[in-house]
Design a protein around this ligand. Structure first.
Ligand SMILES: NC(=O)c1ccc[n+]([C@@H]2O[C@H](COP(=O)([O-])OP(=O)(O)OC[C@H]3O[C@@H](n4cnc5c(N)ncnc54)[C@H](OP(=O)(O)O)[C@@H]3O)[C@@H](O)[C@H]2O)c1
Length: 356
């Protein structure tokens, strides 16, 4: 008998998310009857993204969707199509999609808020969820379009050792910027300097962030790419150069607090600094994804861009891995495979660090 395993929302997290907020369920898998436009997928790999934490909030505190108590957690996954009644997908295709945290699920691609995308020829599922994932696209459009990073500028990036951050740092470096990366702990900072090639790092856990910023950014910050918000955003606002830009990519420091993300303490700093602050969502750039894929492919091929994947094995480890995002226990893109190992289709050397 085939079993369909699921991770469900057991209760809404009160502040910090914990593994007790999730419930495990096993059910016999009965092949469903598909309606027109539906596909049956087998999820092989799940991407742990901080924004899923926002979806665990009640509807009035969730930005896009709110997962109901007892419902499966959902997130970006790499899946194999097992059966299809959709004209664009066939059994045996591999796709990325927002899918429930289950072995098997029925998806309706035409009704999906996030497109169901075929894994391009030559790429593995781990590639599609790692170097060519929406997180890399986020770094690309956030840095190039929203931030308009220019040669010679000082660019500061928070959560720099994470999935979006590692790519954002390297894109800024490729644009000829002086890159200053903020991350938690000496090991992450060493990777950013030695492998990602940033010019300076700030370990925000080592204390006195304003002093570290002043030392690392003597001519102030032209562009701040913020994944974190809170105290880090505040310190960066205080360190901005005249006419600086702040790209609001995410605010992870507040996701787990039960409170809305705070703004800077003194808006007059933005007035007198002529600072531009802009939020964005990667889906805004969907029509230009091919441009970003082409650039990423070229940089990876040339060895200019190293994408880092933190692959954990085993469906049972999903909640624990997700919680790790909020403890800083991931290095790069955090993926969890459904079984011990990924199917052969996804086995290539690109599932770990891609060499320079
Ligand atoms: N706008 C968009 O379209 C878009 C798309 C994708 C992602 N995002 C956002 O981008 C950000 C990064 O996402 P990601 O998937 O790349 O995650 P990630 O950076 O790979 O993982 C999260 C990291 O954030 C840091 N962190 C966690 N809690 C923190 C806290 N309280 N204070 C400071 N740092 C904290 C930790 O690194 P340290 O060890 O360094 O603390 C952790 O490793 C998130 O805010 C996410 O919501 C936005």
């Amino acid at each position: 008998m085939t079993i369909n395993r699921s991770w469900l929302l057991a209760r809404r997290p009160q502040g910090r998310v914990s593994i007790e907020d999730f419930a495990y369920r096993e059910e016999p898998f009965v092949t469903p009857t598909l309606a027109d436009g539906e596909v049956l997928v087998r999820n092989h790999c799940f991407s742990c993204a901080p924004t899923i934490r926002n979806w665990l909030n009640p509807p009035e505190r969730s930005y896009r969707t709110s997962i109901g108590i007892g419902q499966p957690i959902a997130g970006m996954a790499g899946a194999e199509i097992m059966a299809s009644r959709h004209p664009r997908f066939s059994a045996g295709d591999y796709v990325t999609a927002v899918s429930p945290w289950q072995d098997y699920a029925v998806l309706a691609p035409d009704r999906a808020a996030v497109p169901v995308v075929p894994v391009p020829a030559g790429l593995t599922l781990a590639d599609a969820l790692g170097p060519y994932s929406p997180n890399s696209l986020t770094a690309y459009f956030g840095m190039i379009d929203v931030g308009r990073a220019k040669i010679g500028e000082t660019v500061l990036i928070s959560a720099a050792a994470g999935s979006v951050g590692t790519v954002a740092c390297q894109i800024a470096r490729i644009q000829g910027c002086r890159v200053v990366a903020i991350a938690g702990g000496p090991i992450k900072c060493a990777w950013l300097r030695d492998v990602a090639g940033v010019d300076a790092t700030i370990d925000y856990k080592a204390g006195d962030l304003p002093a570290q910023l002043a030392e690392s950014c003597p001519t102030h910050v032209n562009l701040f790419f913020d994944n974190v918000g809170g105290e880090i955003l505040q310190a960066a606002v205080d360190a901005m150069a005249l006419h600086g830009r702040i790209v609001l990519c995410g605010q992870i420091s507040s996701y787990d607090t039960g409170k809305p993300a705070p703004g800077p303490r003194d808006m007059m700093r933005l007035v007198y600094g002529r600072i531009l602050m802009q939020g964005f969502v990667v889906g805004d750039f969907a029509a230009r994804y091919d441009e970003a894929y082409a650039a990423l492919r070229q940089w990876i091929k040339r060895g200019d861009l190293i994408c880092r994947t933190d692959l954990r094995e085993g469906f049972d480890r999903l909640p624990e891995a997700f919680v790790d995002l909020f403890r800083g226990n991931n290095e790069g893109t955090l993926l969890v495979s459904a079984t011990s190992g990924l199917p052969d289709q996804t086995r290539t050397d690109s599932s770990s660090e891609q060499g320079r």
